[in-house]
Design a protein around this ligand. Structure first.
Ligand SMILES: Cc1cc2nc3c(=O)[nH]c(=O)nc-3n(C[C@H](O)[C@H](O)[C@H](O)COP(=O)(O)OP(=O)(O)OC[C@H]3O[C@@H](n4cnc5c(N)ncnc54)[C@H](O)[C@@H]3O)c2cc1C
Length: 396
């Protein structure tokens, strides 16, 4: 080992979870070192989420991380189901009093990096290799990694490790190999995730529920629109030419006499729709936050919101430990996160059955139709749905 570092919390991964956590710890004077496998340029340019729920925006605001978001983000309060050739508006803002804020994940990541690195002088190491966690069951765990420039091995001694390293990180295995369970669900469905250099074709999110398969339209910026198209899981991207993509989008989303505004497709990839949950989210002095602990297919636009939820709970639990000598919030951390995680997983399954039902044979199409009609006819059903859609009152 060529270098020894001492800190209180070693945070692995600078996605939304790791960055939110590190920012709060830094502001509260709790020592932390953030380790990230990629470069800063790479993580600032990785396009993903866009919809942030109001409670999460309020939490970012409380921690001084929402200044530009509040200035620039569009607010969304309604979406449209299109099915059987008609539009059906669901005004969830009116039903819940909460909004969605549309702010690309890349922009939030940039703001949180700027706040942590450039403004607060926080310690972050980019491009690290071969991260390993050690002695997590002891009172003094440590993390080792290889420095990308010198090739030397570094060691960080710490009190806690926060595993915020996403779906393909290293920390999850320490929980599942030490008694944690890995609950997994595969929807057996693929989505083509698309970013089009084309202005949005509607003011709201549009969910096209169609017998050819599901399709969605989501405004991102005045110049860029996200689209999704249901496809076979593991479908070959080469078969999806721009012309075929636009033809399917028009068929599933455009109503009579209308046309979506087309443009070059700047991102095109096939996503498998699957979910998992690791329980518990802690092992010894390791706590998982975000996608290292739970993956949720982008059906309900929930993943980044959950990552932020975990991060703020974990920051508060570490604060209780250090400032109040109270370890109970850390003990309760996993259970507190998992309550919302399971509410969102259940919502995602419900939504998936509705969105993918019409292309899944006559029985599942019949069920999907019944759910949609109930939703549209009953304000009570719509309110219960809307609360889950915007994540209000979801901690039970
Ligand atoms: C196409 C798409 C659309 C989405 N849309 C939405 C949406 O609208 N709303 C929403 O809420 N969510 C959405 N999501 C989900 C959202 O992007 C994720 O849930 C979110 O990024 C999770 O944050 P995280 O911090 O847990 O993980 P990540 O963002 O994956 O961050 C993990 C970080 O850890 C780093 N890392 C990995 N391994 C190591 C290692 N060994 N050592 C050090 N660092 C490591 C990675 O490089 C990465 O920077 C979408 C996802 C996709 C793919």
């Amino acid at each position: 080992v060529s270098s020894l570092i001492n800190t209180q919390v070693a945070v692995i991964g600078a996605g939304p979870a790791g960055l939110a956590l590190a920012n709060v710890l830094r502001r509260r004077g709790i020592g932390c070192v953030l380790l990230e496998a990629e470069t800063r340029e790479f993580i600032e340019g990785r396009p993903r989420a866009g919809f942030i729920e109001e409670w999460a925006v309020r939490a970012l605001e409380r921690h001084g991380l929402a200044e530009r978001l509040l200035r620039e983000a569009q607010r969304h309060t309604a979406f449209e189901f299109r099915f059987e050739g008609a539009r059906h508006l669901v005004d969830y803002g009116e039903l819940t009093g909460h909004h969605h804020y549309v702010f690309p994940q890349t922009e939030l990541v940039k703001d949180m990096l700027r706040a942590y690195v450039d403004e607060a002088g926080g310690d972050i190491r980019f491009g690290v290799r071969d991260v390993r966690l050690h002695d997590l069951e002891s009172a003094r765990p440590f993390v080792t990694y290889t420095d990308p420039v010198t090739g030397g091995q570094q060691r960080i001694d710490c009190d806690f490790v926060a595993g915020c390293d996403g779906a393909r990180g290293v920390s999850r295995a320490y929980v599942t190999e030490n008694g944690g369970t890995f609950a997994v669900h595969d929807y057996g469905i693929g989505w083509l995730a698309l970013l089009a250099e084309a202005p949005p074709s509607a003011e709201t999110v549009v969910f096209g529920v169609h017998e050819r398969g599901f399709a969605a339209h989501m405004a991102r910026t005045p110049q860029v629109t996200r689209y999704y198209l249901q496809c076979a899981p593991g479908d070959d991207i080469g078969g999806w030419t721009d012309a075929r993509v636009w033809w399917e989008l028009q068929a599933r989303l455009a109503l009579d006499g209308e046309k979506l505004t087309e443009g070059p497709l700047i991102e095109k990839r096939v996503l498998g729709m699957h979910n998992y949950v690791v329980q518990p989210m802690s092992y010894g002095r390791l706590h998982l936050a975000g996608e290292s602990a739970h993956l949720i297919a982008p059906i309900g636009a929930k993943g980044m919101n959950l990552a932020l939820h975990d991060a703020f709970l974990l920051a508060d639990a570490y604060t209780s430990h250090y400032a109040l000598y109270d370890a109970s919030p850390l003990g309760d951390y996993s259970a507190a996160c998992l309550r919302r995680v399971w509410q969102y997983q259940e919502f995602s399954q419900w939504m998936s059955d509705v969105l993918h039902g019409p292309s899944a044979g006559p029985f599942r199409a019949g069920l999907a139709g019944a759910r949609l009609r109930r939703l549209l006819a009953s304000r009570t059903a719509r309110t219960a749905f809307a609360e889950l859609y915007i994540g209000k009152n979801a901690d039970h």
